[in-house]
Each structure stands twice: as structure tokens, then as C-alpha cells.
Design a protein around this ligand. Sequence first.
Ligand SMILES: [Zn+2]
Length: 393
Amino acid sequence: MPDVVRLLTDLVRLPSVNPMGRPLTGPEYLESRVTDYLCGMLTEHDIPHERVDVAPQRANVLARLEGTPGAPTVVLDAHQDTVPVDGMVIPPFDAVIENGRLYGRGACDVKGGLAAMLAAFLRLAAERPKRCATVVVSFTCDEEATSLGIYHLTRSWTDPATRYRLLPTPPDIAIVAEPTSLDAVVAHRGAVRWQLSTTGRACHSSRPDEGVNAIYRMAEVLRHLQAYAEELPTSRPAHPLCGPTTLSVGIITGGISVNAVPDRCTIEIDRRVIPGERREDVIPEVAKYLSDKLPFAVEHSDPFVFSPPLGDELNGAWADKLLTSIAPVTGPKQKIGVAYGTHASRFAVVGVPAVVFGPGDIAQAHTKDEWIDVGQLQAAAECYHRFCIDVAG
Ligand SMILES: [Zn+2]
């Protein structure tokens, strides 16, 4: 049976970079190499699995082990993709091990967690313990950009056209791999991102009085948005695990040449949503705030990111079970909230309790010298294995 370090070494050596909207100019893009590897590994071990195409060269892979009758169904979910490798100061795909660290793109986020889940799963398949949960691994595509993979899976439970043979109904609990340093993440913020545009009337810049300057209008918008953003954290209670809600403007574009009065200016807004807030309310609330203050109309796009927050109403008891189960391996760990988003909230919005748990520190995710602690990687494989057995009672 392959060990977890071997699996992670193989996975890091198979680039699966998410293009994140870029043209597919390099050989390192998309998940198909990792998908092929996972299917090959499952075939080699004679484990029933399912490859479901979500987009060209992008597929989810599921595999299932039937557990003790009456035991819960546990999904172990990890994404196959990584962020790009620009600016990295280590060879991104060599998987060099040095001083107890394995280096490479995705080592921490989240091929380490994926390898640990796969190792635990292969071990359960080989050992066939007397009591065990029904375990379904879901290796999903496109987490780092538009969440195609997890949408496809969670939507399948209400849409018969995309039914998954190995997971036709929602599981009892999903454990989502992300680098949590083996703490149990039960809450995180969501995000709504959209574009706001001002319009004006273009004319030659030698007679600016004949036009309406969309950039000047945006300046007025920004003044109000900044005031709104400054009030936000104190205008409503912060979440005890996730902190306050926030708003930030990150991009501005407008104008085509210096000698023309611009007729359009656009900004991109990032609004973080805390558990208890509805993401559907975000844009209408900002729109109302601005329309009360401005003497002109602005345009709001549909959101291009619309990820829900994760609250701890559904998953708290499962996280307690997880922490009890893993304590002999990890020592005391805690339930925590984090600032980043994960697949867990996608499970939660369709009613599936989900806990984020995995090896590695989020501080090393997406970095120029990404690495994971090999000891923690091995501990994580042990944790997933224990939990699937302990949860069967
Ligand atoms: Zn990740």
C-alpha cells in the first residue's frame, strides 16, 4: 500500500494549476493529470470509483467503500487544483524533501490533505475494519477559481440530470481538506464580489464642460463607499469565530485617453460575509446606501464571486466527535473560525454538516516556497482513518 509521503510526492510532480481565467498557454494547467493518477490508483486497488467530467480536462473523482449497516456516510473532500506558480523561488513540481518538509506547489494547499485522505481511504479498503462508516472520497476540480467541481457535486442531489452513482444522496457529514494545522474549522467568512460602474458623457477634453466625467462620479461613489466600509465592522456584531464583516475596493478602471472626458468608470468590490448574514442582501444593501446619497445612478453587475459563509450550527457536534477521535494522535486541538473560504460552506448550504480539517498551515498556502510538514501529513492520514472508524460507533 503506498504511503502518504509517496502519494504526495507523486501528486506534486503532476502539475494541476488552475488557470484562474488565464488562457491555457502552458502545459501545467488543469487537473487531468491528477485525475488520471487518482483513477489509476483506485483501479490498481480494485476500488469502485466514478469519474465525472465537469468541463474539458476537468473532472471530479469519487470512490466509495460500503460501511457497517446503519453507520453514517462520511465524505472526505479535497480539491485537485492548485494556484499558479508565478514568482516561486523553489522548483514547483520537484517535491523535494528537506528537514522534514516537502516542498512544491500544492504541497500544503491541498495535495497534502488529498494524499492523507487517499492514504486513509486505501488503508480502510485494504484492512476492511469490522466497524466503519461508509466512506466516499470526493476529489473535486476548480476550487481555487469558480468552484465548478463542488457545485456540480452538491447540485446533483437536487438535479437528476447530474446524478452521481456513488453518492446519489447527501452524506451525513463532509470533512473538507484545507491546511488547518489539524484544528477543526467550523466557521468561516464568505465573499461577494461584483463590479460597480458609473456612466457619463464623453467629449473632447478641451471642452470638458460639454461632457459628464464618469471618473469624477466614481470619486464621489468611492467617498461614500469608504465611509460605508469604515462603519461596517461596528454597525453590526462581529462573529465570535470569524470577526467582523468588511468591504474593500480592489480595482479601478476608466477612461481611454487623457484627451477625452471618460464616459465610464468601473470598480471591483470585495465584501466579506460572516455567518448569520445573507449573501443575497449584500449588493441590494450597498445599492440602497449609495442611491440615498448620490444625485446620479450607478450600475451594479451580478456577482462574479458569491460564496456563502460557514456557520457552526450544523457542524459543531461533528467537530467535537472529530476532535475526540483524533486527540490520541494530535493532542488537544480546537474548534476555530478562519478568514478564508472553503468547500465546507457549499456543503452547508445544501444542508450537509461540514468541518474543514487538514494538515499544513494556511500561512504556507499559495506561497513562493510552499511546503508542508511531513510529520503533520502523516498524522492527518491517521486522523482521517480513525475518524471513519470511530464515527461508526
Ligand atoms: Zn485549498
